[in-house]
Design a protein around this ligand. Structure first.
Ligand SMILES: [Zn+2]
Length: 79
């Protein structure tokens, strides 16, 4: 898994929507990639705040905003 795929899958992961194999790939990537780990931790906090710690699908607008924010953050880290 590369950073782009990881980033794309983070919100699905946090919603519990990823398949087992993808989840394992993502976890493996997070262990080796600090950029994605930081983004992951930040996103998890955001989702936890939003969902009050409960996992459920995010509304589409929240989801797309989250994706945009993730991409921005990731690009800043790459710069
Ligand atoms: Zn990465």
């Amino acid at each position: 898994m590369n950073c782009k795929d990881c980033l794309k899958d983070i919100s699905d992961y946090l919603e519990g929507a990823l398949s087992d194999s993808l989840r394992r790939e993502l976890e493996a990537h997070l262990k080796t990639c600090r950029h994605c780990k930081v983004v992951f931790d930040t996103t998890r906090k955001t989702v936890e705040l939003y969902c009050d710690g409960k996992l459920f699908p995010l509304p589409e607008d929240v989801r797309s905003r989250l994706h945009a924010a993730l991409r921005r953050r990731w690009e800043e880290k790459q710069a």
